[in-house]
Design a binder for this molecule. Structure first.
Ligand SMILES: NC(=O)c1ccc[n+]([C@@H]2O[C@H](COP(=O)([O-])OP(=O)(O)OC[C@H]3O[C@@H](n4cnc5c(N)ncnc54)[C@H](O)[C@@H]3O)[C@@H](O)[C@H]2O)c1
Length: 315
């Protein structure tokens, strides 16, 4: 029977736990740098909590989800790889291309699965649109991707030093979608960034906010698709959509379950609400069981995402 370790017990952890439970696994252990958070989450789901080192070094647990802030991923991943563990790590897996390349070399010899948490690729609407474009060989030439979110109450999310900000939080998903739909990015043409409001009130504390919370960028792919991406962490509500155009085709797609997939200005399909983490974790587990080969959200994909992200940060 599979045993699962979850590292980090904040917002993402319950989604992963539900994903494993819905895939028939109940033997789940959670851990957090703040012990009480792990104990509280364990009690909520009727599962167990362990100390971080005990969890990572457990001889019985082979499969892990990393749900901690981005700056902490490397320290955790290095230990997991050294211990020959499979892991699904929330995005961005690492903020360093050199480290990602080193992880690729390390896992080559230990035959484990290392996957990034790029959830959009498990959205039925996004899968359906991509299949339509590919099957009908539609030559897309323009795309607009919009994502906006209020962000979370966690101070790290608004701090450069802690790996927060709109680029790591939201733009990585959009860059991943661009690569998945249209292939490699040839050039980033325009980058406009801003940090609106240098202080943010979180639970009545005034938190310093130095990470950018708005970005607009124009890029072109090697397949000659001209793409605009606009993302912010200042919206009051989560908003996400993707619009693609060619001479004889247009489509409007969203990860939001209440928004249908539109093709050529008509509703193409309504998708029922689905917990995307169930599909993502099913895929991860199937790769571990070698039922399918691991081709989605690989470390190699993360290397190229990280390269583009570095360019956005440097500008
Ligand atoms: N896929 C998505 O759509 C999506 C959405 C939101 C966040 N994320 C990503 O998920 C990750 C976690 O985000 P979140 O919103 O759940 O954060 P969070 O702040 O809500 O939770 C993080 C938890 O990790 C704990 N933690 C911090 N350092 C640790 C360490 N070294 N070891 C163990 N525990 C530690 C914290 O105490 C906290 O409980 C981030 O990488 C974020 O970018 C992904």
């Amino acid at each position: 029977m599979k045993k699962i370790g979850i590292i980090g017990c904040g917002r993402q952890a319950p989604k992963h736990i539900k994903g494993y439970i819905e895939n028939g696994i109940n033997d789940i252990f959670v851990s957090d740098i703040i012990n009480e958070k792990a104990q509280h989450l364990a009690a909520e789901f009727g599962i167990n909590s362990l100390g971080i080192e005990e969890l990572i070094n457990s001889k019985e647990i082979d499969i892990y989800s990393v749900c901690t802030p981005p700056k902490t991923h490397d320290g955790i991943i290095e230990k997991l790889i050294s211990n020959n563990k499979h892991f699904l790590c929330e995005k961005p897996i690492s903020l360093s291309t050199d480290k990602l390349k080193r992880y690729i070399q390390m896992i080559k010899s230990n035959n484990t699965i290392a996957m990034g948490g790029y959830i959009y690729k498990f959205s039925p609407a996004y899968i359906s649109l991509r299949e339509t474009i590919h099957q009908k060989k539609i030559d897309i030439n323009k795309a607009y991707l919009r994502v906006a979110s209020p962000g979370s109450d966690a101070p790290w999310q608004h701090s450069i030093l802690d790996g927060g900000g709109v680029i790591n939080e939201l733009v990585v998903h959009m860059v991943d979608l661009v690569q998945w739909y249209f292939g490699p990015i040839k050039e980033i043409k325009t980058i406009k960034k801003n940090t609106y409001s240098l202080n943010k009130i979180i639970k009545s504390d005034n938190i310093k906010q130095d990470a950018e919370n708005y970005i607009f960028l124009k890029l072109v792919t090697e397949s000659d698709v001209f793409v605009d991406i606009e993302a912010d962490l200042i919206s009051k509500e989560f908003v996400q959509f993707f619009e693609v155009n060619s001479k004889n085709f247009n489509s409007f797609c969203s990860i939001q379950p209440n928004i249908p997939l539109f093709i050529d200005n008509k509703i193409f399909k309504n998708f029922e609400f689905k917990n995307l983490y169930i599909s993502q974790i099913e895929y991860f587990l199937n790769c571990i069981d070698k039922k399918i080969s691991h081709t989605v959200s690989t470390l190699e994909e993360s290397v190229s995402i990280c390269n583009y992200i570095d360019k956005l940060k440097l500008d």
